[in-house]
Design a protein around this ligand. Structure first.
Ligand code: GAP
Length: 514
């Protein structure tokens, strides 16, 4: 079986080869951790965003959307805590001159220790065969227990150092655990320093000089500072939500794993404003609702799990991640956070404006509490690519690469293919394509053998191929080929649009959510 890293590399090169994702500025040797979406990628990305946007704003009477500017008043970032606390702890290796995030080095170390346990489990499973009881083994095997105790100890010390911002102890953990630089292999480390992740630039020019502004590191603050505008103009009553999709920017130091961690990325965030005291009820509600949204895609329920945060940010009273099984392990795709009234309270304080809600039922005013759901579009894109990619051996000894995209997300919904480039077949195929293209993204292809054309469509995840042959000219039927099963059926041209509509419509997906 191919190693998971190799599988991931193959997916990354497939994404480039078929026009999904390109390295930014590639002809200038690229810009690290910045990517461009190609002709297929942009369609898939737009479909993901539509699925999220419609699930939020169309299926909920009490959620509306906004689109706030990327540039915002710099005091917003002071109020939100990003100027003072949106930092990563960095450490340099003096020999390789490479810079690392100290927390990532330590997390990787824990990952290696967990890997040792997994190896012990795998060895024992092989030895004991069918009678192997994994849970029992993990609870009783002395070597596993010993490693687990070391992991627990390290995790506690690490969490304490992070929450207390104890940079000296972070360095000491690296030294105590003999963590080496992956490049130089040495332990010649500098001290750990804090590094702010926000990009800063200048706006305008005044007599006193230009104003420093930041590229927003999250879209959420654009929602918080528009809370009053939307509540008043939309006559919104609590509980209600504001949704937004937009770019966010972070000067990530350890940018890796392709589009998993980028410097410019896109977020889909929703802030749900509730009465104080009701936030945990809505936290549970959104935790469940968001998981349902992911699982409705049908990519495999076993690939998702929650990771509840034990250590919470000072302003949060509950937080969980929805993690997805990537080829490099379970990783966060979405965060659901109960952020209390921290952000609105801070903006009230820093702006001097009253940001309160008068609750007619309670006959009192209060600062609303907030549940946030925050998902990265690019990470979601990566989960879809990773989970849908398959290299399939076929019965005839042939093989194919197929992307089993959920039909509603597929960049191209159908391909119209004349069997031959003559006998009036191309003309008939064009006629069919011109009808379908009002409702579906539709490709026309007449080059190469039909087999090659099917493979090309499989490789970009097109759910349906429509083949026009001589029989089409006689009885107005075509062959409809299904991507996943490769089965073919004869279908009347006049029923095609309705048939495809049923199969690829986003509505079907949205209906699963209610
Ligand atoms: N407003 C809350 C917030 O921004 P976060 O956990 O920092 O929370 C939310 O980010 C989501 O944004 C993550 O779950 C992830 O999907 C995405 N994200 C964060 N940083 C990212 C990066 N550097 N590259 C790609 N996606 C990122």
């Amino acid at each position: 079986m191919a190693k998971q890293e190799d599988v991931f590399k193959t997916i990354v090169s497939h994404a480039k080869e078929y026009g999904f994702v390109f390295q930014s500025s590639e002809i200038y040797d690229g810009l690290s951790a910045v990517y461009d979406y190609g002709q297929m990628g942009v369609e898939l990305k737009n479909n993901i965003k539509r699925y999220w946007w419609e699930a939020m704003t169309m299926l909920n009477d009490n959620i509306v959307g906004i689109d706030s500017a990327i540039f915002m008043h710099p005091t917003i970032w002071k109020a939100s805590g990003h100027v003072d606390a949106f930092n990563d702890p960095l450490i340099d290796n003096r020999d390789s001159k490479k810079r690392y995030r100290a927390d990532v080095l330590i997390e990787d170390e824990m990952g290696k220790m967990e890997e040792k346990i997994n190896k012990e489990v795998a060895k024992a499973a092989k030895r004991f065969g069918e009678s192997f009881d994994e849970a029992m083994f993990r609870q009783t095997n002395p070597r596993v227990l010993d490693i687990q105790a070391k992991i627990d100890q390290l995790r506690d010390r690490f969490a304490k150092a992070m929450s207390e911002n104890d940079l000296e102890d972070l360095k000491q953990i690296i030294i105590d655990h003999e963590i080496v630089c992956p490049i130089s292999g040495t332990r010649n480390w500098t001290d750990v320093r804090q590094f702010n992740l926000m990009f800063k630039t200048e706006m305008g020019s005044t007599a006193d000089g230009a104003m420093d502004v930041y590229l927003r590191p999250e879209t959420a603050q654009g929602i918080f500072v528009n809370y009053l505008n939307v509540q008043k103009t939309g006559r919104m009553r609590i509980p209600f939500g504001i949704a937004q999709i937009g770019k966010a920017f972070r000067n990530e130091i350890v940018a890796r794993q392709f589009i998993f961690r980028m410097r410019e990325f896109e977020q889909m965030e929703m802030q749900f404003f509730v009465r104080p005291g009701e936030e945990l009820k809505y936290f549970d509600f959104w935790k469940e609702t968001r998981m349902k949204w992911h699982k409705a895609l049908g990519m495999g329920d076993e690939k998702y799990r929650y990771h509840d945060h034990e250590k919470l940010a000072h302003y949060a009273n509950a937080a969980t991640d929805i993690e997805f099984k990537m080829p490099f392990g379970f990783k966060e795709v979405e965060g659901i956070h109960s952020r209390t009234n921290f952000d609105l309270g801070q903006h009230e304080k820093f702006s001097g404006k009253k940001i309160q809600y008068f609750d007619p039922e309670l006959n009192e005013s209060y600062t609303p509490y907030v549940i946030e759901t925050s998902i990265g579009v690019d990470r979601m894109f990566l989960t879809v690519m990773c989970s849908c990619y398959e290299e399939q051996a076929l019965e005839n000894g042939d093989s194919r690469v197929v992307l089993h995209f959920p039909a509603a997300l597929a960049p191209v919904k159908c391909a119209v293919l004349p069997l031959l480039k003559k006998d009036g077949l191309p003309e008939k195929a064009r006629e069919i394509q011109h009808k379908l293209r009002f409702d579906f993204t539709c490709q026309y292809d007449e080059k190469d053998s039909i087999g090659k054309r099917y493979r090309r469509q499989d490789a970009i995840g097109t759910p349906y191929c429509i083949t026009i042959d001589h029989q089409t000219l006689e009885d107005n039927t075509v062959t409809l080929r299904h991507r996943d099963s490769m089965e073919q059926e004869r279908v009347d041209v006049d029923t095609l649009a309705q048939r495809l509509g049923q199969e690829v419509s986003l509505n079907n997906l949205l209906r699963k959510l209610l």
